[in-house]
Design a protein around this ligand. Structure first.
Ligand SMILES: C[S@@+](CC[C@H](N)C(=O)[O-])C[C@H]1O[C@@H](n2cnc3c(N)ncnc32)[C@H](O)[C@@H]1O
Length: 392
């Protein structure tokens, strides 16, 4: 976000006021937002890390709601805040921007937080963060926002930029989705991304705590080759799908690899804890698995991807992703899939999945291969006996 660098309201007050306490949940949320903005850390990892470690369960829940809500709504919040600035193009320090975003999120989306609390806590956040000179700006902008009356007006023909601003997503992504899926579907996708995703409902058992989509991929993989004797989970960390697969195919020998040594270590710890001795792990680029590992009856490629299908759970992706990333991901996915084809036993099966909505990362990767038989998923879905009405 940009703002007034030289605005008189930024100047240090002549007589600094003593700091008032800020609520532990808001301070933790503010620090997580700062870390997301100024590093490549993921909100999910930060929310499970030391910044929240000393919070009560109630404050932990509030900090989570504040961080995830603010990140999901960030672009839409900025669309409301920026016009209120006297010099919208001037740069703004990230602690000031994050205090404003947090305050704006509470004002516009958290009915149970009184406006005066949202405003005064945000003012205190910038003061605690060492920017007392910005306290006046934060106070003035949030006050303006809290009394602003917005009459939503939708022109008959809405531009992509206007649509993207209204839906709180980057314009390049909205344009992509409108071109691929049409306007109505894009509205639905964006609306889904802006709120907490619903709890899983396809698999009522709590055996494997994961979202429905991930579980479905793992169950479909097991159903794709139930007689498999050797299985390779090629991009396996943190191992949620490996666990389902190894439980479903108890007779098979398993190899689980990941290119990241750190993530492989966490994968190995998890598998050792939950299924000791059952799955061998190794750090390896799936496109270059040593031939000494042999061939497999069943290979799962849960490919690294842009993650555009997971923006409700990983909202910072939409703030970091660039249009060029899609082509880069697609090239890497094709390389992994091609290499895996050479590791397949005759009659074996590969399940290729991503959590991206982009055709370049999905059907176009698979469609670019020659001499492969594409197996329809519908009959496998029927075998899974999902709750009625959820099989298509
Ligand atoms: C979508 S995640 C996998 C999630 C995992 N299957 C699960 O269910 O928990 C993709 C993984 O691929 C790994 N990865 C990225 N590039 C890779 C490559 N060239 N070879 C193998 N793994 C790779 C990443 O480190 C990441 O852990």
């Amino acid at each position: 976000m940009s703002a007034l660098a030289n605005d008189p309201r930024h100047r240090r007050p002549a007589f600094p006021q003593p700091l008032k306490p800020v609520s532990p949940a808001r301070w933790a949320a503010f620090r997580v937002l700062e870390a997301v903005e100024n590093s490549d850390s993921h909100s999910d990892d930060l929310l499970h890390g030391p910044l929240l470690a000393k919070l009560t369960p109630q404050d932990t829940a509030l900090a989570n709601a504040l961080v995830m809500g603010t990140l999901r709504q960030q672009l839409a919040l900025e669309d409301r805040l920026i016009p209120l600035l006297a010099r919208p193009d001037a740069p703004m320090l990230s602690p000031v921007a994050n205090a404003l975003r947090l305050g704006a999120f509470q004002l516009l989306h958290m009915d149970r937080v009184p406006a005066h609390a949202a405003i005064s806590e945000s003012v205190e956040l910038v003061r605690h963060a060492g920017h007392p000179g910005a306290a006046g700006l934060v106070n003035a902008l949030l006050r303006k926002l809290s009394t602003e009356i917005v009459t939503p007006r939708r022109p008959l023909v809405e531009s992509i930029d206007a649509m993207a601003a209204r839906l709180g997503h980057p314009a390049w992504l909205v344009k992509r989705w409108v071109d691929t899926y049409g306007k109505a579907a894009t509205e639905t996708i964006c609306a889904y991304d802006l709120v907490e995703p619903p709890a899983g409902e396809l698999f009522p058992d709590a055996a494997f705590p994961m979202d429905d989509g991930s579980r479905l991929v793992a169950e479909l993989t097991a159903a794709a080759k139930p007689e498999a004797k050797s299985v390779w989970d090629a991009c396996a960390a943190p191992g949620g799908k490996t666990l389902v697969l190894a439980n479903r195919l108890p007779e098979a020998k398993f190899l689980a690899t990941d290119a990241s040594p750190k993530r492989r270590e966490r994968l190995a710890d998890r598998l050792d804890r939950e299924l000791p001795g059952r799955v061998r792990t190794r750090t390896a680029d799936a496109a270059k698995l040593p031939t000494t590992e042999g061939r497999f009856d069943l290979i799962l490629i849960d490919a690294p991807c842009s993650g555009t299908g997971t923006l409700a759970r990983n909202p910072e992706i939409k703030l970091r992703l660039a249009a060029e990333d899609i082509a880069r991901q697609s090239a890497r996915q094709r390389e992994i899939l091609l290499a895996a084809l050479h590791r397949l036993e005759p009659g074996g099966r590969i399940v290729y999945s991503t959590c991206s909505l982009e055709p370049e990362e999905n059907e176009r990767v698979v469609g670019s291969l020659r001499d492969v038989k594409i197996v329809p998923v519908a009959p496998l879905l029927m075998q899974l006996k999902l709750p009625a009405g959820r099989t298509s």
